[in-house]
Design a protein around this ligand. Structure first.
Ligand code: HPA
Ligand code: ZN
Length: 326
């Protein structure tokens, strides 16, 4: 078996995946029809043609608009099951999945509808293939601290279904420091926290995520390479970075895959993982990310083994389960 085939079939964890970003156009149209919603695109092809992004915000505008088709517990179940089936086919044995409750509660969808539907999808997928998955409740950073606290209160009855908390959406102008108190409250619940930082934002945002939010992982973090002292610290702490290569190219963080900072990050001994972010919008699931990276960089088998070992080490599974996978 060649290196690519081995990488594709190797057991791995996916740690940076937005469930709303796995909404394929075909499912979006089916849900729009089921929920009798006037969807503002003429066809699946017309929707796909709109996937031409110039930066993070241009993507987020479409991503939030499409999420409007998600209305019922069944919709969230179907979305989750569809993603986990694709992930299992790419060798993913465990996934830690972000969801954006504020995208739904702002439209009048109850927190319980979202979480119960997603959990039902996780249960169905586990029964089918044995894949395990947990949820990361992510706050939208373009909204206020007060709204984040209100969301945390709404989630209180469902916290047994929340493995960790995250921070996503428009990065520039919304530094991690805005959510220092929210994240302190999340950590006080005994849950780990993660945050998007250094995707479009500067290295200073990565420092804030580490020092103020006290994150267990940095989502993206690719701009860390602009600051040698930061790279040295991330390496020394073996702080996991959930890198999403196709996402970074589609959102113009890097012009093309060959310019990605991934090889520099690996050379600096960083704890790198590879993930798909919003696979319906960015050209594919974890397998497609692995293919695109291998085409650009031709990694050896040991590098892929290291990346997948990192994915389990950086996950929130138990130490016993880590020992079994690593
Ligand atoms: N960055 C920030 N917020 C997001 C992303 C992302 O890549 N995907 C979904 N929400
Ligand atoms: Zn993301």
């Amino acid at each position: 078996m060649d290196i690519l085939q081995r990488a594709l079939s190797c057991p791995k964890a996916e740690l940076h995946l937005h469930i709303e970003g796995s909404l394929e156009p075909e499912l979006a149209f089916a849900l729009a029809q089921r929920n009798r919603i006037d969807f503002p695109f003429a066809s699946v092809e017309a929707l796909r043609a709109a996937y031409d992004f110039s930066n993070l915000q241009s993507f987020l505008d479409l991503y939030y608009a499409c999420a409007d088709v998600l209305r019922s517990e069944e919709d969230f179940h179907d979305l989750m099951l569809a993603y986990l089936r694709r992930a299992a086919a790419d060798g993913v044995s465990h996934a830690e999945i972000m969801f954006d409750p504020q995208t739904h509660t702002a439209r009048g969808i109850a927190m319980g509808t979202v979480i119960k539907g997603l959990c039902a999808g996780i249960d169905a997928a586990r029964a089918e293939s044995g894949i395990s998955a947990t949820l990361i409740l992510s706050f939208l950073r373009h909204l206020s601290e007060e709204e984040a606290f209100a969301t945390l209160r709404e989630a209180e009855p469902y916290l047994q279904h929340v493995a960790a908390f995250g921070l996503d959406s428009s990065e520039m102008g919304h530094p991690p420091s805005k959510f220092e108190r929210v994240f302190a409250a999340c950590r006080a619940l005994g849950k780990p926290v993660v945050a998007h930082a250094g995707e479009e934002g500067p290295p200073a945002y990565i420092y804030e995520a580490l020092d103020l939010l006290k994150v267990s992982r940095i989502d993206h973090g690719v701009r860390c390479t602009e600051d040698a002292a930061l790279v040295a610290r991330l390496a020394q702490e073996q702080m996991p970075l959930t890198v999403c290569p196709l996402s970074n190219v589609r959102l113009c963080v890097f012009k093309e895959m060959r310019q990605h900072s991934l090889p520099a990050m690996l050379a600096a001994d960083l704890c790198v993982t590879i993930n798909s972010d919003d696979p319906a919008y960015f050209g594919g699931y974890l397998g497609n990310n692995i293919r695109a990276v291998q085409e650009a960089f031709n990694f050896d088998a040991a590098t892929w083994a290291r990346i997948f070992r990192n994915s389990f080490q950086a996950s929130f599974i138990s130490a016993a389960d880590k020992a079994a996978w690593c």
